[in-house]
Design a protein around this ligand. Structure first.
Ligand SMILES: [Zn+2]
Length: 165
């Protein structure tokens, strides 16, 4: 059986617990969009491209609030989190011809969260046969498209999708 969730541990090197100001998501939330790979912003959540992706187009939807538990989020924020991810699956199908997705949360370090203090929803596009290349032991993964290209492609796709709603 394929263990699709296990490789999701982000390869960020997370040192000792950092003060809130140094949280990478909080930093991205308030910083320059392109520099932080932020793809889109909503009222309660924003989306950024994973700089250490497990597949092309691997992005994360993140609430602005620095919380670790789903129950810490107001219902409308929970809703926006999922709605944003849903919209992204549509955009990624249209922009990158994705054939499937893994969408999920790793809550807590025990569940494989690289950044456990600030929850984030992963959206990982999948294509038939891509598991052939899944890194099992943390080896170098060759991506067919670089991050900048993916960023531009997805941001354009998102803007376009907003215009057609
Ligand atoms: Zn944070």
């Amino acid at each position: 059986m394929e263990r699709l969730w296990a490789p999701w541990r982000m390869r960020y090197v997370v040192g000792p617990k950092k003060p809130r100001g140094e949280c990478v998501f909080c930093s991205a939330a308030g910083g320059d969009d392109a520099a932080a790979c932020v793809l889109a912003r909503g009222p309660h959540c924003f989306t950024l491209l994973n700089a250490y992706p497990y597949n092309n187009g691997h992005l994360m939807v993140v609430p602005y609030e620095h919380v670790s538990e789903l129950t810490d989020l107001a219902l409308e924020v929970q809703a926006e989190l999922l709605q944003t991810a849903a919209q992204w699956t549509k955009v990624i199908v249209e922009s990158m011809n994705a054939q499937g997705f893994n969408v999920g949360l790793n809550l807590g370090a025990a569940a494989g969260a690289g950044i456990a203090d600030h929850l984030h929803l992963h959206v990982v596009p999948r294509w038939h046969g891509d598991t052939n290349f899944m890194p099992v032991t943390g080896g170098v993964r060759v991506m067919p498209e670089n991050l900048d290209e993916t960023y531009e492609r997805l941001r354009a796709g998102w803007v376009e999708s907003q215009g057609t709603q």
